[in-house]
Design a protein around this ligand. Structure first.
Ligand code: DAK
Length: 261
């Protein structure tokens, strides 16, 4: 499938690279791009051989500079509701993918762009990355999950400070507040993403999937319920041949050959 506003590649087996490709508008998310993102994410979700998804933006300036302001300027409240719902669905679908999803942010990740990165499981940033929720500058609050996901990641006080002032955060601060997990020179960003993706792709796929599920589901549960969920996930892994293979390989002092079953 070819897209107008996206590039979807598989640089190596099991590793997808999804690039938002509207560099002339700093990869701003218009309705057409959101629709394509929904399709691409559904396709990746259906690929049982997919192990990791990397998400990035085209060009050297921006990951994604937000929702497309030129499309929103004349929106009625009803249209805004529909646009927000579409964006929310895309963010939920991305977050719900069974494999780890990593945002590679080399430049601006603002508004809906910051929210897209936040819907990924974690963010690797370049030293030129800039994050922010500047919506209040435009007279609107965040609309693609920023009030929720940023708060869960950096805490209520920090999220409210960033959202209500629209202050931009550079890579070093983003690392210090836990918004990103790693900062690398811009020329090394893709390699850093691929290195992490390869590491994950070599692990037991069911174990990775079950771990992701338990972390995500557990966030909305009490500790006791989250631990009960983890127990069930742990037990499920013992119904796979990969569990036998992983443990047998350890005992035989060889590398495991996982087959995803
Ligand atoms: N939308 C549309 N076009 C954009 C854009 C955006 N968000 N950001 C940049 N562009 C376009 C610029 O208009 C310009 O186009 P031309 O003039 O060349 O045609 C081109 O990209 C290059 O941008 P600049 O010339 O401005 O580049 P600079 O290097 O000077 O500045 C910048 C880069 C990132 C600082 C600047 O472009 C900027 O401030 N951009 C806007 C950032 C922003 O405010 N982002 C948040 C957007 S609001 C909702 C759900 C969700 C949302 C809203 C509502 N519902 C409830 C309905 C989400 C909202 C947002 O994300």
């Amino acid at each position: 499938m070819t897209y107008k506003n996206l590039l979807l590649e598989q640089p190596e087996p099991g590793i997808y690279l999804l690039t938002v490709n509207r560099p002339q508008a700093l990869n701003a998310l218009n309705a057409a791009t959101l629709a394509e993102l929904a399709l691409a994410i559904a396709g990746i979700a259906a690929d049982t051989a997919a192990r990791v998804l990397l998400v990035t933006g085209a060009g050297d300036k921006a990951f994604v500079a937000g929702a497309d302001i030129s499309e929103m300027v004349e929106c009625s409240a009803d249209q805004a509701q529909a646009f927000s719902e579409k964006g929310m669905q895309v963010m939920h679908a991305l977050e719900a993918l069974p494999m780890p999803v990593i945002a590679l942010v080399h430049g601006y990740a603002l508004g809906g762009g910051c929210e897209l990165a936040l819907a990924c499981d974690w963010i690797i940033a370049s030293d030129r990355a800039v994050f922010g929720q500047p919506e209040v500058n435009l007279g609107i609050p965040p609309g693609f999950g920023g009030t929720q996901r940023l708060t869960r990641l950096v805490g209520r006080a920090r999220a409210l400070e960033l959202i209500t002032t629209a202050r931009q955060v550079k890579a070093a601060e983003a690392l210090a507040i836990g918004l990103v997990t790693q900062v690398v020179p811009v020329a090394e960003l893709r390699d850093a993403g691929m290195t992490t993706a390869r590491t994950i792709a070599a692990k037991g796929p069911d174990a990775v999937r079950l771990a992701k599920q338990a972390v995500h589901r557990g966030q909305d549960m009490s500790l006791a319920n989250g631990c009960a969920y983890e127990t069930a996930a742990f037990a499920l892994a013992f119904a796979t041949t990969d569990q036998r293979e992983g443990m047998q390989a350890f005992l035989e002092k060889r590398a495991a050959k996982f087959n995803g079953h």
